[in-house]
Write a protein that binds this ligand. Sequence first.
Ligand code: AHG
Ligand code: MN
Ligand code: MN
Length: 361
Amino acid sequence: MPLTGRWTLTRYLIEERRRYPQASGALNALLLDVSLACKAIARIVARGALATNAAAPQAGALNVQGEVQKPLDLLSNDIFLRMNEWNGHLAGMASEEMDEPRPIPEAYPRGRYLLLFDPLDGSSNIDVNVSVGSIFSVLRAPAELTDGSRELRGADFLQAGATQVAAGYALYGPSTMLVLSVGNGVAGFTLDPELGEFVLTHPAIQVPEETQEFAINTSNARFWEPPVKRYVDECLAGRTGPRGKDFNMRWIASMVAEAHRILMRGGVFLYPRDTKDPAKPGRLRLLYEANPVGFLMEQAGGRASTGRQPVLGVLPSALHQRIGLVFGSASEVARIERYHHEPPPGDSDAPLFAPRSLFRD
Ligand code: AHG
Ligand code: MN
Ligand code: MN
């Protein structure tokens, strides 16, 4: 396929920047370095078991989440750090794989942005050759950090998702894709392996409004809260149930792949808050999983919620904070949020909302 007539990622970013004549180009340069990190990870992932050799950092340790770190988790983390620490556009980085945020080394200038990432999401899928991804979020750095008047703190990253400047993911599937938003819709790029370039193949991605597909790990059903159980029961009831239509279910166990499917053909994803472990209010991490995927969903006309409120409105309290996450087609997310706010059907204490009341739709 000739490149003529197609836009590269570089061109897309430059065309976007032209809408802001005062923009310096720093964000574009940062995103190109992030995309280079993703290309490097794509090569390693594609080599599968051939890639994990003695050169890979030692794994087997637990990360701050108490999860086993795989060799490729650590290698991918290292690639993200190395590709982005030198460019002068960042004042700090934070990752799923590092307990503490990483300051920019003294040898390099500090920039105006902060980068958060999960370098290899779904890494439990690596050993079975199922799609994995990288997911990232870009925030503005406080001015005192950029000008060097103080050192980096974890608190610098505790900004609501609505303030993200850019967010995106790379999906390492049958083809490698980069999907990103700089706040003006969502664009998808496919890696041309011969050119080594991300080429714009999916401009202006929109999440289809209606769906008949949901994604949830049903092995957790006994720990779900009633609104989630109600939602899933209604989907399972199919054509003869309250929804009046049959639903299909998918679970890849790679959130990035799940988000991509939903951006392409609609659907809803739930990893809700549950009662499995009171110390973990949800499975996924707010700052580098829920927020970037939330930004992409909202930019593509979908929605992302904790179940109770929009994800992007949550003020984070800790760098590795976990949160309940529901995202996808807007009408389904709105329905799930509504179920969280209204009394369960048949609740005799709430006669106005009882199943046969005028107040139920
Ligand atoms: P990670 O590999 O970065 O720890 O994240 C995996 C996440 C997410 O990608 C996926 O949706 C979820 O964990 C899968 O959870 P289950 O193992 O409970 O299915
Ligand atoms: Mn992850
Ligand atoms: Mn990960």
